[in-house]
Structure formats: structure tokens, C-alpha cells
Design a protein around this ligand. Structure first.
Ligand SMILES: CC(C)(COP(=O)(O)OP(=O)(O)OC[C@H]1O[C@@H](n2cnc3c(N)ncnc32)[C@H](O)[C@@H]1OP(=O)(O)O)[C@@H](O)C(=O)NCCC(=O)NCCS
Length: 173
């Protein structure tokens, strides 16, 4: 199946999207468009079949954020000033359960990486972070995300990061 990853459009068909996670379904159906177009707090990218190019099969949302330097392992922030570090937040990522396990998650993540590296050439941005469901931590770790220690052990998610320099090196290799 040939697929395309592109920005969310107003007339995209999202009503039947089901990743088996109510919060992620709801975000796509109720908030993604207005957050992107009206209030500018997150941009959503979707994957579609090139032959049925309005039906959303998966999506991710990016925003910017910042977190304290001391949240990171020392070796990743040695020599950096004691400011909050600017970063890209991978705020949402989901694939319709009928299309899971076909590489669409990997494809979406790869596009998020490409965009993040491109943004980092123009706007200060040290890493990508995401709050991963605990049962998805191993999935993100496969792509180089590293868990951030400290706090939040009682939460259903684990904060993870990926250094933008690691990504740049990987893209050049
Ligand atoms: C996480 C998610 C986006 C992955 O999408 P996907 O299209 O199924 O992923 P891919 O097909 O690219 O990757 C599947 C691979 O990951 C592996 N995998 C799946 N779950 C895994 C897990 N929990 N830990 C490690 N590997 C896992 C599969 O075995 C497969 O490996 P392979 O490529 O070697 O065969 C999808 O499962 C999803 O939308 N889940 C529901 C919503 C969700 O949990 N989103 C993440 C929020 S943190």
C-alpha cells in the first residue's frame, strides 16, 4: 500500500479513526484541527493511503516546549547553561488499530524526526521529548528515545527524550 504523510487538512475524514485509546481518538476528532488552525498550539501530520487520501490512518502532533536542564542525565547537558532547554514535544502519536504493525508508526516517527531536525536548523531546539505510555516505552526505545529519570513514577506515562544531535548524526550516516 502506498502511503503519504502530510499536514492535517480541514476536510480529512477522522470520524471512524480508532486507535483503541479514547483520549487519542478524541484529540484527532475534536481538537487537532482547531489546535492547528485556530489557536496555533500544535500541528498535526497524518498518514493516508495514496488511493484514499482523505481517510486518516494515523497521526502525530508536534508543539514546542521547554524543560529544566536538570531533568536530563548530566552527560547530555554538560556545558549547557542552567536554562530550561528548548525542545520539540511529540505530543500525540497513534495509528488506527486496523493498520497497526504495518510500519505506519515507524513512518510517522521518521517524519517527526525529519521535521524536528529541519526546525532545529532555524529555531533553537535541543531534543525531542514525548510522554510515552509505559507499555510503549520499549517501542520508543527502539528508535533511540531515552527515559528521563526523576518524578512521575506514579504516572501512566514515562517521559522520554532523543537528543537532536543524535538524530542529525543518524540522518547524515
Ligand atoms: C504505538 C503505535 C503508534 C505504533 O504504531 P504501529 O504502526 O503499530 O507501529 P509499527 O508497525 O511501525 O511498529 C511495529 C513494531 O513495533 C513492535 N512493537 C509493538 N509494540 C511494541 C512494544 N510495546 N514494545 C516494543 N516493540 C513493540 C512490533 O513488534 C513491530 O516490530 P517489527 O517492526 O520489528 O515487526 C500504535 O501501536 C498505536 O497507535 N497504539 C495506540 C495508541 C498509542 O499507544 N500511542 C502511543 C502513545 S505513547
Amino acid at each position: 500500500m502506498g502511503v503519504i504523510v502530510r499536514r492535517l487538512e480541514e476536510d480529512d475524514v477522522v470520524e471512524n479513526f480508532d486507535c483503541k485509546d479514547e483520549a487519542l481518538n478524541n484529540y484527532l476528532k475534536k481538537h487537532a484541527w482547531s489546535n492547528q488552525q485556530k489557536i496555533s498550539i500544535g500541528v498535526t501530520y497524518v498518514v493516508v493511503d495514496e488511493l484514499a487520501c482523505k481517510t486518516v490512518l494515523g497521526y502525530f502532533t508536534l508543539a514546542t516546549s521547554a524543560i529544566p536542564r536538570d531533568s536530563f542525565p548530566k552527560k547530555h547537558v554538560r556545558g549547557l547553561p542552567a536554562y530550561h532547554l528548548p525542545l520539540i514535544l511529540l505530543a500525540r502519536l497513534a495509528v488506527d488499530h486496523r493498520f497497526e504493525g504495518k510500519g505506519l508508526g515507524r513512518l510517522l516517527l521518521r517524519e517527526a524526526f525529519r521535521i524536528s531536525v529541519s526546525v532545529s536548523e532555524q529555531v533553537g531546539c535541543r531534543c525531542i521529548i514525548t510522554d510515552a505510555y509505559r507499555h510503549k516505552v520499549a517501542w520508543y526505545a527502539k528508535y533511540g528515545f531515552i527515559p528521563l529519570e526523576g518524578g512521575g513514577e506514579d504516572k501512566p506515562t514515562q517521559r522520554m527524550f532523543l537528543d537532536i544531535r543524535t538524530l542529525k548524526a543518524a540522518l547524515k550516516a
